[in-house]
Design a protein around this ligand. Sequence first.
Ligand code: UD2
Length: 311
Amino acid sequence: MSKVLVTGGAGFIGSNLVDNLITGGDQVIVVDDLSMGLATNLPKSQQIKFYQKSITNHEFMKELLLREKFDYIYLLAAVASVADSVERPYETHQINQEANIYILEIIRKYHLKIKKLLFSSSAAIYGSNSELPKKENSIVDPLTPYAIDKFSTERFVIDCGKLYGIPTVAVRFFNVYGPRQNPKSPYSGVLSLISQAIIHRSTFTIFGDGTQTRDFVFVDDVVQAIVLLTKESEIVHQVFNVGSGEHVSLLQVINAYEIIAGVSLRIVNRPQRVGDIKNSYADIDKLMEVGYKPIFDISKGLKLYWESLKD
Ligand code: UD2
């Protein structure tokens, strides 16, 4: 049994990870301010302790880290909306970078003996680089406060990990989707917005002509990847893309979803969003070399997602 900290553990990816850890017998401590997450996302279990706190609360985080002596730490808490980071660059920086550096600092200063710390970065760091598929050593071009914070924290986590002998790893998520994705903001993941439109029989807006492509990766595959990277002690101070390794257009995804849900979406077309990337998909060879094997293709993943929404 390991003791694990998951920041952002009540959120979309975090709560799916927590399910997996609980099943594996771990003791899990969740820190989440519920800005996007929901307490009801967490399974009812003696193995979980939940703190509704912001990771920017230094006093709380320091006390928690010194008291609990974690084996593994997953840094998933973030303001995930790129648009929000453009509106509030300083505030989102406190969460997306500063709070994470503080956690590293406590580990360094107090010589905490963790087995692995994983930081979740994003495909956003590749910015306008049009190279496809994106490799971990492709040129990065972070264009927004969100992407800048993700990239610099990634570097901190990896290079300070090396410098101070802290076992760390970072991952760059592509377009993650699946149960518990929150459709609350217009900048939420497109598949959560399409789901909403299907459920409420409302219109769905396609920005652009719908031929833009994305690497949609089902959340269970993401959980598989991040658990593998933390538990494998040999893997340190590296960054990995986390995607499905496949890419589909928005129109193809909509079509597949319509068949699964048995409905026809009412679609409105609007001009392409400013800064929208035309094509994005991950080269996942590096991740596959260490044992990752994506299990859910888009139609399998969409079916499971749709089932979870019907429940
Ligand atoms: C994703 C991430 C973002 C960042 C980026 C990196 C999500 C939610 N966002 O942005 O955080 O990491 O990748 O490249 O995972 N769309 C519509 N109608 C809608 C909503 C979206 O047509 O109502 C389009 C949108 O313009 C885009 C595509 O669908 O072309 C996917 O949009 P998204 O917001 O799900 O994800 P993305 O790739 O812009």
